[in-house]
Design a binder for this molecule. Structure first.
Ligand code: DX5
Ligand code: ZN
Length: 215
């Protein structure tokens, strides 16, 4: 059974409290929170202040995905806002290992995200130090995009690597996850499904989450 992490990016922000209550009452395991800076990605979403409000509504695990340059500048603020896990992009971090050490020193779990064009083997020298890989199955920046089919072979390749080395690293798949493709994504080796529009734009979000949990 996969961990289901709905992305609040797809929620109605005027009704954010209702969206959080819905997730709390649902079978969702994690809250996935997408932070965008308009520099690393061509869109701006929200930052630590909003995370702090969301944190107050829930006891569930807050999985924060930083799509920003210089994430080290905001790492401590994210911790104070209540992040349980912080994921940074390999493409945004010339000193990735240092960023990971900082995240862990503050008591958070650490993740590394890779864009669709970034090879899985670029993770080889960081895999031992992290808790999660976020495999982007769309180009980061926007919700409601189409799943890139090549992502499936990247999931399989990463699964092999993690299993060969017997590492406790989770594979999270982010972007374009739907009820139609989630089965294949899990079969390829994913542990965590991020789902934005599939959950929030469905007629019955709680039932959709339950369906994702059943796969
Ligand atoms: C994309 C974000 C995703 C996004 C997923 O840049 O990292 O987490 O919210 O949204 P969907 O599931 O709609 O593709
Ligand atoms: Zn995300």
């Amino acid at each position: 059974m996969a961990i289901v992490a709905p992305s609040l990016l797809a929620a109605d922000f005027l009704k954010l409290e209702q969206a959080c209550t819905m997730l709390n009452e649902s079978e969702a395991d994690w809250f996935h929170l997408d932070v965008m800076d308009g520099r690393f990605v061509p869109n701006i979403s929200f930052g630590p202040m909003i995370i702090q409000f969301i944190r107050k509504t829930t006891k569930k695990f807050c999985d924060v995905h930083l799509m920003i340059l210089e994430p080290e500048k905001y790492t401590e603020q994210c911790k104070e806002a209540g992040a349980d896990q912080l994921t940074v992009h390999i493409e945004a971090c010339p000193h990735l290992h240092r960023n990971i050490q900082l995240i862990k020193s503050l008591g958070m779990k650490a993740g590394v995200a890779i864009n669709p064009h970034t090879p899985v083997n670029s993770l080889i020298d960081i895999l031992q130090d992290i808790d999660l890989v976020c495999l982007m199955s769309v180009n980061p920046g926007f919700g409601a995009q189409q799943f890139i089919p090549h992502s499936l072979s990247k999931i399989r390749e990463l699964r092999k690597l993690i299993d060969n080395w017997n590492l406790p690293v989770k594979i999270e798949v982010d972007g374009g996850v739907s009820l139609e493709n989630a089965g294949d994504i899990i079969a390829a080796g994913a542990d965590v499904l991020v789902a934005g529009n599939t959950v929030f734009k469905s007629a019955d979000p709680k039932a959709t989450i339950a369906q994702l949990k059943k796969l």
